[in-house]
Design a protein around this ligand. Structure first.
Ligand SMILES: [Zn+2]
Length: 329
């Protein structure tokens, strides 16, 4: 039996998202999800890093909220379902209806208002990525933004507000995503979080020392939380770029990173995401319709149906379930 394929990180065009029910120029739309057998898609309310003043934070919060409402509306279309719990996603899969899920990328959208975290959860968001590129009020980023005046480090890890945000995310059942977060802040977050931690789009620094990738110490810390690292289809994370060129990578490079992580922290702590429409796409897996290529590569390398099911969704759903179980709402 084909397992539930869950893609944990997909961007959407914003503003003016095209009608996703028909064919589009995007890597992900409903026809491509169906063609690729993708049963659950986490669409991202992504908020770019901007000025950290009152007006900036207000605009960021408004954007996150509007994008979450848009993603929820996607899930209201005929033949698909908006899902805000693992049980709902599994029921949608059993009914052969693609599950639409939502998450927020960049804690900048919270400003200094911890109440936003519960609001996003009530809007159906399943996780928050603590930072994007550029430091915010919560934590240092793995990639400071020099054009926004970022120093190499600002908080030396998490800020007091960032620590409070993690406690509040644990409380309201919003999964903590440490993609984009600096190593120090990520290790601190793993030590602090009462619930398992996810890194929803990343790769292994041991194979390619990119600032967005996780080194083995970070992988161990993630495993200690019971969490998960989702290897993503961004060529620059998977392979070093040649001089004067862009990185080229394919499905087998992606699976090399998956296998490195399996060797380091065990299969139960590894998963897969595309980062489609946000820079993701490797040779052989350029859009959602080509998703079976990844499954075929795993089969070719000898993984069993059960293991492939864990990599595609079982591990992610376990982490998500645990996050909700440990919440107090
Ligand atoms: Zn991202």
């Amino acid at each position: 039996m084909t397992p539930l394929i869950l893609d944990s990180h997909i961007d959407i065009r914003w503003p003016d998202p095209p009608d996703w029910l028909g064919e589009t120029a995007q890597c992900v739309d409903l026809p491509k999800l169906r063609a690729g057998g993708v049963g659950a898609a986490v669409f991202i309310a992504y908020v770019p890093q901007g000025p950290r003043d009152h007006a900036g934070h207000r605009a960021a919060a408004a954007r996150a909220s509007a994008m979450l409402a848009h993603i929820r509306a996607r899930g209201a279309a005929e033949g698909v379902r908006f899902c805000a719990s693992p049980e709902e996603a599994e029921a949608a899969f059993a009914a052969r209806q693609p599950a639409v899920l939502a998450a927020v990328e960049n804690g900048y959208a919270m400003g200094h208002d911890l109440g936003r975290l519960g609001e996003w959860r009530r809007q159906g968001a399943i996780y928050l990525t603590l930072t994007h590129d550029g430091h915010n009020a919560l934590a240092d980023s793995a990639r400071p933004k020099k054009n926004l005046g970022d120093a190499e480090e600002e908080h030396g890890g998490l800020s007091a507000l960032g620590r409070a945000a993690i406690a509040e995310m644990n409380r309201v059942g919003l999964m903590l995503d440490c993609a984009h977060v600096s190593k120090k802040a990520m290790l601190e977050a793993c030590a602090l979080s009462r619930a398992p931690v996810a890194v929803t789009h990343t790769a292994a620094a041991a194979l390619n020392p990119h600032p967005r990738n996780l080194d083995d110490e970070q992988l161990e810390a993630l495993r200690a939380t019971g969490g998960i690292a989702q290897v993503t289809a961004v060529a620059a994370f998977l392979k070093p770029a040649p001089p004067n060129g862009a990185a080229q990578a394919g499905v087998s490079d992606l699976v090399d990173h998956v296998e490195h992580m399996i060797r380091r922290i065990g299969l139960d702590h590894v998963g897969i995401s595309s980062d489609f429409d946000g820079g993701g796409g490797v040779q052989g897996w350029m859009h959602a319709g080509e998703t079976p290529a990844v499954t075929l590569e795993l089969i070719r390398r000898g993984y069993t149906a059960r293991e492939i099911g864990l990599l595609w969704s079982g591990n992610f759903l376990r982490v998500w379930r645990q996050v909700l179980r440990l919440s107090v709402t």
